[in-house]
Design a protein around this ligand. Structure first.
Ligand code: BTN
Length: 244
């Protein structure tokens, strides 16, 4: 497919050849009042950003897109949209590939990272979310190997346009589900695609490395870990390896 991607009803595409970061462009549009469903898509990014201050290599050939969301929820619930976005990515993986979500919001295909999600929120003084930028990078044409990756990358194949169309359709559906049924439904779907409970995992918390058994995620999306010194609830960290 090389025609202009078709977006869900009421959504709007801002297509760019090249930009620093689609998240920055989407935030600029959101600050200027652009509505939910505004999708910024660039063929390449010259300053693509990942989580934890990392760069996200963004040459032509993969999908780089940021969607403006206006969830109208308290700031504490904004992170739920990371799970919503991860499920939307998982939804577009062909059924003959093994897909798994990994806390907090990575998606693995055949054991390799296929997508990264960077959520950035603007919070009003009232504590309500003004907007969330859901920035998604999906490996479509190739899988870059980044030095910090502890497992290989994977790519979806197909065209970037087809991936954008499928992803935005899936995101619109998963968002509707989240609004209709709440985080509990999203959490259940996410857990069904996560690694098995009880799998031994390592979690990096700053300089600390915590080892334990994967106990799922709680009602707020925090990671639950059974460690040798008892249960731990982890709000922010990095799960290492392929498991869970
Ligand atoms: C991660 O570290 O796993 C998250 C990577 C997120 C990359 C995407 S690409 C589109 C959007 N624009 C950015 O600068 N980052 C996100």
């Amino acid at each position: 497919m090389s025609s202009t991607p078709v977006l869900p009803d009421g959504w709007r595409l801002v297509a760019l050849e090249s930009v620093g970061s689609t998240n920055d462009e989407a935030a600029r549009l959101a600050d200027a009042g652009a509505p939910e469903g505004t999708v910024v898509w660039a063929r390449e990014q010259t300053g693509g950003r990942g989580r934890r201050g990392r760069a996200w290599a963004s040459p032509v050939g993969n999908l780089y897109t940021s969607t403006i969301l206006r969830p109208d929820c308290p700031a504490a619930r904004a992170a739920e949209l990371g799970f919503v976005s991860a499920l939307a990515v998982a939804d577009i993986v062909p059924s003959d590939r093994a897909v798994r979500v990994k806390w907090p919001n990575d998606v693995l295909v055949d054991g390799g990272k296929v997508a990264g999600i960077l959520l950035e929120s603007a919070i009003a003084q009232t504590g309500v979310v003004q907007h969330v930028i859901a920035g998604i990078g999906i490996n479509v044409g190739f899988a870059p190997q980044l030095p910090e990756m502890r497992y290989p990358g994977a790519a979806l194949g197909g065209s970037v346009e087809a991936a954008l169309e499928a992803f935005t359709a899936a995101l619109a559906q998963r968002l509707a589900e989240w609004r209709r049924e709440g985080f509990e439904a999203v959490r259940a779907h996410w857990l069904a695609k996560a690694g098995p409970l009880g799998t031994e995992v390592d979690v990096k918390l700053g300089d600390e490395l915590v080892r334990g058994r994967f106990g799922g995620v709680d009602h707020e999306g925090a990671l639950l870990l059974e460690t040798s010194s008892g249960p731990r609830r982890i709000v922010s960290g990095e799960l290492l390896g392929r498991a869970a």
